[in-house]
Each structure stands twice: as C-alpha cells, then as structure tokens.
Ligand binder design. Structure first.
Ligand code: DSN
Length: 433
C-alpha cells in the first residue's frame, strides 16, 4: 500500500480521499469491465520525474531540447508495442482511447467522409459516432449491428451491402459493450472490397489479444488498430495507434496510402491534435507492454475469459437473459429489466451497496433511457488480477443474482459480508498495491 507521506503532510483533505478510494478498491469487488489494477511498477513510472518534461514531436525530431532519455523511453514503448501486437508502427502518444480514435479518423478522412461502425446500442463506443460528440458533426457515421441480440451474430452480408451503398472510407470493427468475438477477416475484406481502410478499436480486448486469448486484427488484414492502454492491458490510462506501413519524414503531408499510414497517423496525433506528449504516461506504457508480453500475462488473459464464462453460466441458469447469449471475452451484458424487472440503474445501486461495482448499460434496441437503461455490464479483468478463478467468479455471480432477485436489506447486508470475505481472501497482489 502506498504511504503517500508527502500528500499526507501537505494536503490532509486530499490524502483522506485517496485513502478512501484505496480502501474502496481493496474491500469491494470491481466488475466494471474497463477497469483493472495496475502494477506498482506502472504507478512508479506514472509518478516519475518524466511528468516534468515537454517533448513535442517524435524521437529524434523534437521541438525542445533535453530529450536524451525521453527519446529512448518513447522508442522503447514503440518497439515493445510493435512486437506485442505484430504491427509495423506504433504511436504511443494518444492521451486516451477517444484521442486515439479521433486522431486515427483525421489521419485518413476529410470532413464529410463516411465511417461504417457498430451501432452504439449494439455495443459500439461514443467515439464511433454518437450524435452528442463533435466528431459526429464532422464525419458521416453509418451503422451495422447484431442480426440477433440473443446470439450476438453480426449480419456481415448486410454490412457489405451497407458499405457498398454508403462508400465509407473507414470500416470500423470494435466495441465497448459487445461480448462476442468479431470476425476480423470478414470486416477487413468488406473494408477492402469498398476501398476503405480497415480499422479496429480494440480498447476493451487489447489485453486479451496481447495474451493470446482473443484474435489480433493485424493477423486478419487490418490496417489500423487503436486501443486504450488501461482496461485489460493493465497499463496507465492512455491510448495507442498501431498501423501497417513504414514511417517516412516528408516535408508535406504524404499521399493517403496504407504504406504511408504511420506518417499520416504521427502527423495527425502531433501537431494535428495533441500538444506535448505525457512522457510519464509513455514510460508507464513501456512498463505495461513489457509486463503484457510475459507468460504470466498469457495465463491472466485466458483466466479473464474463463471467469467471465463461468459468471455467464450462473446468470443463464438463473434465468437472466444475456445479450449475445453469453461471452467470448471479458464482459457480460445482462438484460436485468427484461428478466428480473429491475432497471439497470437500480441494479447498479443495489450492487454498489453490496460492495460490487459495475455499470448500468443500454442493451440492443433498449426501450429505456440511457441514464436508467435495461441492462448492466460487468466483467472480470480486475477480479482476475486479484486471483479469482472460475469457482470464485461463480460465487460472485450467485451473490449478485441473490441481491438482484430478493433486493431486501438483509440480503444486501449478507451479500456485502460475503463479498468482503471474498475480497479479503483474494487481496490485490503485493506487486499491484
Ligand atoms: N468508459 C469506457 C468503458 O467503460 O468502456 C469506454 O470509454
């Protein structure tokens, strides 16, 4: 556990709040599928002196002096990312997943161009064209979705038909709320058939890809892959853009070809979109990329999926409708309103009281409003870091079902006690606190 001695001396108010969060993370169970515990080494890099440094530009081509260490650190992160994801180039500067997606769009598109992406209520992300975002005003987003929300099957024939009609310049595969695997090859083929770039947003499953528990879009013909570096990857908050192609140093923006993607992306991130990269974050990405290439991480990634599938079994046996009928990855989406008559918002609050953190979530074609939708989304990346196995995960699922069906104070209190005992018997490992 951190001692935070200096914060404690200088700012007692803030210290107490951080301590409170530490306790919450230690004593409760974190089931938000986009959250995780990062290693002590990742946090040390985040807290390092690198936060002091400005490094606009790229290694060897900076606008400020004093880059003898930052250049090497950024190159280390780039080389590790390329090796881990089997791609030609990595831009490790995006400040987050949204920044990575926006910079990737601008590397290839002109305002008004079309992107074909996953319907938001079928699992797509805000940055895949939600009408409330600025990018939805700049690009024309068109949609594909599940043919059948009970199996999760995507209608690839319809996707091709839509692509032929809408002529997108990017076909985007990726999600933040879809529990099945996408057919990367089909999507890449559809993109290339209509002359579009195939882009994957693997923010949620990047750790599974790194650990060999999910397929890598680059192995199936993709051109650009964006990701966050936290979530299943277990790194610092941040993003990366990975591409095919070779880096060149043209004076002018190069022609839009796949070969030029690295340069187009680099120019789009800086100076196109961001200012000085956060070097402490890039150093922490380098740490994470090294950790994610170990055999232990492979075991972790596979266990994440096994645990999610174990939870799916309990929910299905308990009569709860799971969107897509189960999971191939780290997350589950349960229609609690349709199955148990409790809204996603109420379920989130009840489970919070029992020490289980997850999030309410819209389900495909939800009739309820996004702020209190029909579903809950939950997953296993964080509990798997704590060493949960299938039986433990099933126990958590049973406790959740008990709370969601009975909903009385006594049940919530007894679940809370059981959750605290489970948390105590699965402490966050010493190298993560
Ligand atoms: N907030 C992230 C998630 O929970 O999926 C995506 O941005």
């Amino acid at each position: 556990m951190d001692s935070y001695t200096h914060i404690k001396q200088e700012d007692r108010e803030l210290y107490d709040l951080i301590e409170g969060e530490e306790k919450r993370e230690r004593e409760g169970l974190e089931l938000i599928p986009s959250e995780n515990y990062v290693s002590r080494a990742v946090r040390e890099a985040m807290g390092s002196v690198l936060t002091n440094k400005y490094s606009e530009g790229y290694p060897g081509k900076r606008y400020y002096g004093g880059q003898e260490y930052t250049d090497q650190i950024e190159n280390l992160a780039i080389e590790r990312a390329k090796a881990l994801f089997r791609c030609d180039h990595a831009n490790v500067q995006p400040l987050g997943g949204a920044a990575a997606n926006i910079a990737a769009y601008f590397s290839w598109l002109e305002p008004g161009d079309a992107i074909l992406g996953m319907d938001l209520s079928h699992g797509g992300h805000l940055t895949h064209g939600a009408p409330v975002t600025y990018i939805a005003k700049l690009f024309r987003f068109t949609r594909y979705g599940m043919k059948d929300p009970d199996t999760g099957e995507i209608d690839y024939d319809l996707m091709l038909e839509t692509a032929k009609r809408e002529r997108p310049k990017i076909v985007l595969g990726g999600f933040s709320g879809y529990p099945r695997s996408l057919d990367w090859k089909r999507i890449a083929d559809i993109a290339h058939e209509v002359g579009a770039v195939a882009m994957a947003d693997v923010a949620h499953i990047a750790g599974l890809i790194a650990g060999g528990a999910a397929e890598n879009p680059f192995d199936h013909g993709f051109d650009i892959v964006t990701t966050t570096t936290h979530k299943t990857l277990r790194g610092p908050r941040g993003g990366m853009i990975l591409t095919k192609g070779t880096v060149s140093s043209p004076l002018k923006a190069p022609e839009k070809t796949i070969q030029n993607l690295p340069t187009l992306v680099d120019r789009s991130v800086f100076p196109g979109f961001q200012g000085g990269p956060h070097m402490h974050q890039i150093a922490a990405k380098a740490v994470m990329l090294s950790e994610a290439s170990t055999p232990a991480f492979k075991d972790y990634a596979h266990q994440v999926v096994k645990n999610a599938q174990a939870m799916a079994e309990v929910f299905t046996e308990g009569g709860v409708r799971l969107i897509a009928g189960g999971t191939d990855n780290h997350l589950l989406l349960a229609d609690v309103f349709g199955s148990l008559g409790i809204s996603g918002g109420e379920a989130e609050t009840l489970l919070d009281r029992a020490g289980i953190t997850l999030n309410k979530n819209s389900i495909a074609d939800d009739t309820r409003k996004p702020f209190d939708p029909s579903g809950i989304r939950f997953g296993t990346p964080a509990i798997t870091t704590r060493g949960f196995m299938e039986d433990d995960s099933k126990q958590v699922a049973r406790l959740m079902l008990d709370v969601l069906t009975k909903r009385d104070d006594e049940t919530v209190a007894s679940a809370k006690e059981a959750i605290r005992a489970l948390a105590e018997s699965h402490p966050v490992p010493a190298s993560f606190v």
